[in-house]
Design a protein around this ligand. Structure first.
Ligand SMILES: [Zn+2]
Length: 179
């Protein structure tokens, strides 16, 4: 479902080449993701469809005036333990993430995480919720689940202490969000 950008969302520079995908609640934090980054994540998700793989979503956190996040980089999880229906981040995963952000993306924020569900659909399992509550507990941190078999994906965000599925805004090439 693609809808025009509602007037309540932050104004973008350039031509409004943005697509709203899914339903964005009026009081929810808008999630913007660059089209190229989304494509990179979907490509990565198909790399090994036999087991769960994952990574991290980096970008800008804007909390002055209109609040939103803008996902513009993806880092695959290093040394994660993949199985057919589980993914475990290790101590080394977190250490490498901190180092890579410091070295490669010092101005970016870890906005959330990504993982795949090979052929079992888009939802957060009890273990996924455990990870989200413990490691992505900031109100603006999100999760992205991709099913490379069914070619489905979806975002989840905090809403009233719960983590719920939500829509997002895909930002076309050559556009940025006006600061
Ligand atoms: Zn999962």
């Amino acid at each position: 479902m693609i809808e025009p950008l509602p007037k309540t969302l932050p104004v973008l520079s350039g031509s409004p080449d943005c697509s709203v995908i899914g339903t964005i609640h009026d009081d929810a934090l808008p999630i913007y993701i660059r089209e190229a980054t989304l494509e990179q994540i979907l490509d990565y998700s198909e790399r090994d469809p036999s087991q769960e793989i994952g990574g991290f979503l980096l970008g800008g956190l804007h909390v002055d005036g209109s609040e939103y996040i803008e996902i513009r980089h993806f880092l695959p999880a290093f040394d994660a333990r993949s199985r057919a229906a589980s993914l475990t981040f290790t101590h080394e995963t977190w250490a490498r993430l901190t180092r890579d952000v410091d070295e490669q993306f010092p101005d970016e924020v870890v906005l959330g995480w990504h993982h795949t569900h090979p052929n079992f659909g888009i939802f957060l399992s009890a273990y996924d919720l455990f990870i989200h509550r413990h490691f992505f507990s900031e109100p603006w941190q999100v999760a992205l689940v991709v099913d490379p078999h069914r070619q489905e994906f979806g975002f989840f965000q905090w809403r009233h202490e719960e983590v719920v599925d939500c829509g997002f805004i895909c930002v076309g090439e050559g556009l940025g969000i006006r600061d």
